[in-house]
Design a protein around this ligand. Sequence first.
Ligand code: NAD
Length: 339
Amino acid sequence: MSSQRALRVAVVGTGTMGADHVRRLRNVISGARVTAVVDIDAERAKSLADATEGCTAYTEPAVAMAAQDVDAVLIASPGPAHEAALLEALSRDLPVLCEKPLTPDAASALRVLEAEQKLGHRRVQVGFMRRYDAEYLKLKRLLDEGKLGRTLMLHQQHRNPAMPAWFTEEMLINDSVVHEMDVTRWLLGQEITAVTVHKPAPSAQAPAGMSDPQFVLFETGAGALVDVEIFGHCGYGYEVHAEAVCEHGTVRIGDEHGPRVSADGRWGGRVTPDYIERFQDAYDREVQAWVDATRRGEVTGPGVWDGYAAAAVCEAGVLSQREGRRVEVELVERPALYR
Ligand code: NAD
């Protein structure tokens, strides 16, 4: 599809991310408008549709996707609902931006991979938005330039002030560290081959039944070592850092948010409270890039292979977390469509 007309988008799932994407499509993004919102919570969908001109509320993703005024789908329902929505969209050959994770496990991700291959062309972009963050893009450019030599290690920290009550220990890996899995694969251009999860003595702020923080070690195809500190309840704000250690230098990102203020005999800055604020620009760039590519009839950005590879690493990570041992990642051969 190559179109001068605004892309007519159905947003599936209207919770935190879905509502934020509707606002973004309405107020920030050019070349698109929201014509359908879908939520199993009918009230939530209706109130968002009522606030959005020319938008209809649905409770069934398949019904919205069949509507005449829907050209593309943005999936922002919880991970376990993604597979059904993705398969429905692919069966209709509709372009999709699917929030991470593609699906919660490797077997279901593989079914999506098979469905897209059957279609014969790529239709799905996965919402790994850090690839659109200005600081990550600078880091990627520096590593790709090659002046610093090979990347030997990557140190990463991912800290949240607190997690919702329903957030499980497994989700530290497959909902949070999944972002570091994707940026590691993207920055280094290598697959992750093994995962080991270590658990230090838990913080007193960790909820009952959750060991928090955790220390995750990835091994990669070309022998790099990558560590991730995931801290779900650090209490003070939302922080994401990454430091690449290369043969001829190091690069660190994640420290430059807002002005550094010196006053009253002190200096300091502000820590962003949450991911919505920290990655706001990245979400904007991600959705604009998806709309632009879709209107050109193209798919750019992370795709189903990236979603599947991340799901396979998550599976190894959760097993390592449970059994306290190093677990190798099992991947199928990369299909031609994704090479
Ligand atoms: P949420 O719980 O706030 O919202 C989910 C919404 O989906 C709810 O309104 C729920 O009623 C609705 N829903 C549930 N099942 C549905 C179905 N089958 N069909 C349609 N609607 C359904 O969740 P959230 O925090 O907005 O997360 C949504 C997705 O976004 C998840 O995949 C999550 O991992 C992802 N996410 C991504 C980022 C990021 O940084 N990229 C950050 C947070 C969440």
